[in-house]
Design a protein around this ligand. Structure first.
Ligand SMILES: *Cc1c(COP(=O)(O)O)cnc(C)c1O
Length: 358
């Protein structure tokens, strides 16, 4: 007999590694092109010297550093092996089998999988026509079974950000027993948009998720954090797999926080490039929603697969979402130029079905 696993796993696709294009420019995963921030390499090398010891499972030094950086108490912070594990832990601490998790769709790919694996039920609320969160529809989707709401802000993959006023109004209307996770994986790339940390100060049911994987350039090291009321933080600790945030990750994160000026300069650079690439695309006829993150979304509909494959053949990997759209990460100027050279080409514009407006 075959080993018995959960029958419902059949509906979760097995992980398939992407086709590899040696030498291609990778603008598919919202990483930074730069290596780690100054001071991080040295901190990692120091941490490796004690690799024979288990890491501090309470991550006391990192949590202390985050608390002073964010102006909250250490009891307001939990860390995880990437913020995706904190998303998973949130499902685990809020949902009994059959409970509901509400989120916008399309949004972060992990939400449906983590929800199902957690024996909960996804309630997907379509984005608005301009690719933003439909907060009223999300409120209307709340039932007696709703335990958790993910709000990805700015939204991955579409880039839209919500304002403080919009979120305030939404959070005021959500029943106070329903946990709202503000997933701010791209917070460092937004300027003047909502800051979840301010929104949660007066609310016990709001948790903010951030990560060192994106703007901080530590995707390969795996560390993210949650900020919330101490009661939720204590609950997260109960389902946490011990020692999953390595000593190297803790040291790298602490050193990254100390490089705030360099981080700001890097993210300013990406924001400038984001505006330049969006303007160039718009000029040749693409419709591109405004983005507050380090990527742009191209709603190409059924043209998406052909566009993304041709782009890969041209040496640039982007992320394709079925027959809905494609997302391109903002890299360094040379990488962005390579993508623009493709996107401006007649082939690409034909595949995308766009016609020049100027
Ligand atoms: C990348 C990403 C994350 C988490 O990434 P980690 O590497 O696990 O920290 C979480 N949410 C969104 C929306 C993301 O795009």
């Amino acid at each position: 007999m075959a080993p018995r696993t959960r029958p419902d796993l059949a509906s979760i696709p097995a992980y398939v590694p992407g086709r590899s294009f040696p030498g291609a420019v990778k603008l598919a995963s919202n990483e930074t092109t730069f290596g780690p921030l100054p001071g991080v390499r040295d901190a990692v090398v120091d941490a490796i010297a004690s690799a024979n010891r288990y890491p501090d499972n309470s991550a006391a030094d990192l949590i202390e550093a985050l608390a002073s950086f964010l102006k909250v108490e250490p009891s307001n912070i939990a860390v995880g092996c990437g913020s995706v594990t904190l998303c998973q832990e949130l499902v685990q601490v809020t949902c009994d089998p059959g409970d509901e998790v509400v989120y916008a769709w399309r949004s972060f790919e992990a939400y449906p999988v983590l929800t199902q694996v957690g024996h909960a039920v996804s309630v997907k609320v379509p984005l608005t026509e301009d690719f933003g969160h439909d907060l009223d529809a999300m409120l209307a989707a709340i039932t007696d079974r709703t335990r958790l709401i993910f709000v990805c802000n700015p939204n991955n993959p579409t880039g839209n950000a919500l304002s403080t006023a919009e979120l305030d109004r939404f959070l005021d209307a959500v029943p106070s027993h329903v946990v709202v996770a503000l997933d701010e994986a791209y917070f460092e790339y937004s300027r003047g948009d909502a800051d979840g940390i301010e929104l949660l100060r007066s609310r016990r049911n709001v948790v903010v998720l951030r990560t060192f994987s994106k703007a901080y350039g530590l995707a390969g090291v795996r560390v993210g954090y949650a900020v919330a009321d101490p009661e939720l933080i204590t609950a997260l600790g109960k389902v946490h797999t011990p020692f999953t945030v390595s000593a190297v990750a803790q040291a790298a994160a602490i050193a990254s926080l100390a490089a705030a000026d360099e981080l700001l300069a890097r993210t300013d650079g990406v924001i400038g490039e984001r505006a330049r690439v969006r303007a160039a695309l718009t000029e040749v006829g693409y419709s591109v929603p405004e983005s507050s993150a380090n990527f742009l979304y191209l709603p190409l509909g059924e043209n998406s697969p052909a566009f993304a494959s041709a782009c890969a053949e041209a040496g640039v990997l982007i992320r394709q979402y079925g027959v809905e759209g494609a997302r391109v990460t903002i890299g360094d100027p040379a990488e962005n130029d390579l993508f623009l050279a493709f996107a401006r080409s007649e082939t690409a514009r034909e595949l995308a079905g766009v016609t020049a407006t100027s």
